[in-house]
Design a protein around this ligand. Structure first.
Ligand code: ARG
Length: 587
């Protein structure tokens, strides 16, 4: 067994448990990373926790465990310290062997899962006829990264875009357009999304103030739901227009997602209500059909109902989510469904999850997870807006990031007196700008709100995409400068001598632990932290004597250090790709 099959920490834990003997097989060895590298790499605190139970001194217990502990292939002889900590220090020969093994592995020692699962990531999900906003940007970036990580792990991932493409807003919009711009409803490409959004606003205003218009709009909804040909045609055109605009954003971000909007589930909505009725959960409340919820009350402290059918017969957002949930379990055979939306929708998810649970629609082996995220704030700490107070168009936001990266690069080239082609400059600016936006989002714990700052995210120093991209490009620079083909380095070459080499080596071997933790907690910021730490460890290793230690070292050190460079670059490239970030060979 080696680290590419079983995680190192798990191996050590198993060895400790084996040393406890059968009577204590269930005891947690309490293995943690050592607080100070002087004492080793790991520390087991189990002797202290067992002391009370056994009525013995922790040091004596630790000694008994160490006596039976067999980790000689991985660690130096264990040491007992302080009141009874067991300190474990990884053997250099072990680390060298592990690195030699991952060098030949395109997955860098991260095994694919043994039992792949069918998983759905429901993300992005903007609304037709409305502009995609920063909340959708967060959902798109976070959802894409989670999907990439699960796919890399070998899971069978279905990426779904639950687009808001159905409902009363279309009645309003179509009724309004029939009056003021009927061509838009019969001719393709007559509108762009900007027009659509402003028509939508005007239609809404009309709807709120004009009773006769309200009635016409309702009629349009009825016609839409009944499938009236001209209304359906108009609806399709409107969806088409929005879709084109969304696609521009997905292309810029390099995000793949399958559109399966709310309208898809329309034929299933009446069945949801019928089945809730059959299971005895449905209650009529002032003409509306609803299910009462546990643990949710209104302001007066009365139990809160989830309305699944309004008194006028219309269905709600939650009804559609109940229908889609059943479809995803029954037809898509999903075992885990992950919903990526802002934290403001937490109640919505908790509520329809509860109703589906009560109705018996969630088999034991299916897991539903809402993963909430916080807001994007402007530098003033308030909701992110343009200077004139409008919502920021995503296209403008991404373009701005790229054009700032462009300007920064030009200034840098001038300073360094470098000549580069226009093509090179544009490509570097594109990658830097887009990755900066993605990384700034992903590197935050997604549950907190963050302040959107172009200056911070484009900074070459600090926990940013440019910092990481630069570390990668720097390594590729070594191969160019020394005319070295990283693929042709020997494969038994690693030799760890200096402290900075050992630190880097240990870090390189932790990628699989990090990836499985993201799989479980769905927090991509853990991967960001890891990559940032890795870049720092690399820079410490490389900056020792300005990198002279690498290219100008004697053999066998030279090749060993080049292997460390290559492994770092490959880890960065792989890790960044799981965040949806592309690397640059030169920048
Ligand atoms: N369209 C919704 C919005 O813009 C997000 C949909 C999220 N997915 C879901 N299954 N409810 O807020």
């Amino acid at each position: 067994m080696n680290a590419t099959q079983e995680k190192l920490k798990v191996q050590l834990e198993q060895a400790l448990v084996a040393a406890f003997g059968a009577d204590f097989a269930g005891v947690d060895p309490i293995l943690v990373s050592a607080s100070n590298p002087k004492f080793g790499d790991y520390q087991a605190n189990v002797a202290l926790s067992l002391s009370k139970k056994l009525g013995k001194q922790p040091r004596a217990i630790a000694a008994a465990i160490v006596d039976k502990l067999d980790v000689s292939e991985i660690c130096e002889p264990p040491e007992i310290a302080g009141p009874g900590f067991i300190n474990l220090k990884l053997k250099t020969a072990y680390l060298e062997a592990q690195l030699n093994a991952i060098q030949a592995d395109p997955r860098l020692g991260v095994p694919a899962v043994k039992t792949p699962k069918r998983e759905i990531v429901d993300f992005s999900s903007p609304n037709i006829a409305k502009e995609m906003h920063v909340g959708h940007l967060r959902s798109t970036i976070i959802g894409d990264s989670i999907a990439r990580i699960l796919e890399f792990q070998g899971h069978d991932v279905l990426r779904l875009n639950h687009v808001g493409d159905w409902g009363t807003q279309f009645g309003m919009l179509i009724a309004y357009l029939r009056e003021v711009y009927p061509e838009a409803l019969t001719t393709a490409n007559a509108l762009d999304i900007g027009d659509l959004v402003s028509f939508y606003r005007k239609a809404k205003l009309r709807f709120d103030t004009d009773a006769a218009f309200q009635e016409t709009a309702r009629q349009e909804v009825v016609r839409l739901q009944a499938g009236a040909e001209d209304t359906i045609h108009a609806w399709k055109l409107l969806c088409e227009q929005s879709r084109r605009e969304f696609q521009i954003i997905y292309d810029l971000l390099d995000v793949q997602v399958i559109e399966r909007g709310e309208s898809f589930y329309n034929p299933l909505l009446s069945g949801v209500v019928e089945d809730l009725d059959k299971s005895g959960l449905l209650v009529e409340n002032q003409g509306a059909k609803c299910v009462f919820l546990d643990g949710f009350t209104n302001r007066e402290g009365e139990p809160l109902p989830l309305i699944v059918q309004k008194s006028n017969g219309g269905y709600n957002y939650a009804t559609t989510d109940l229908a889609s949930l059943r479809y995803r379990i029954q037809q898509d055979k999903a075992k885990r469904i992950i919903y990526v939306t802002d934290a403001g929708q937490a109640n919505h998810f908790a509520q329809f999850f509860q109703v589906a649970g009560k109705a018996g629609w969630i088999p034991d082996d299916v897991e539903l997870v809402h993963i909430p995220f916080g807001l994007v704030l402007g530098e003033d700490g308030k909701k992110f807006k343009t200077r004139s107070g409008d919502t920021v168009r995503l296209r403008d936001l991404l373009d701005e990031a790229v054009s700032r990266a462009h300007a920064d690069l030009k200034a840098r080239l001038q300073e360094e007196e470098r000549q580069e082609t226009e093509e090179f400059i544009n490509e570097v600016a594109r990658v830097v700008g887009i990755s900066a936006v993605k990384y700034a989002d992903l590197s935050q714990n997604r549950t907190s709100s963050y302040i959107f700052s172009y200056d911070k995210m484009l900074d070459f120093k600090g926990n940013t995409a440019p910092y990481m991209l630069y570390a990668y490009a720097r390594i590729q620079g070594i191969s160019r400068k020394g005319d070295i083909n990283f693929k042709e380095l020997g494969n038994d070459a690693v030799l760890l001598e200096h402290e900075t080499e050992l630190a880097l080596a240990k870090y390189l071997l932790q990628l699989d632990e990090v990836i499985s933790s993201v799989e479980q907690d769905l927090l991509p910021n853990r991967l960001c932290e890891y990559l940032y730490e890795l870049s720092k460890k690399f820079n410490q290793f490389y900056d020792r004597n300005q990198g002279v230690q690498v290219l100008e070292a004697e053999e066998p050190q030279r090749t060993s250090r080049l292997v460390l460079c290559d492994l770092t670059a490959r880890t960065l490239k792989l890790g960044l790709s799981l965040l949806g970030i592309q690397v640059l060979e030169r920048m």
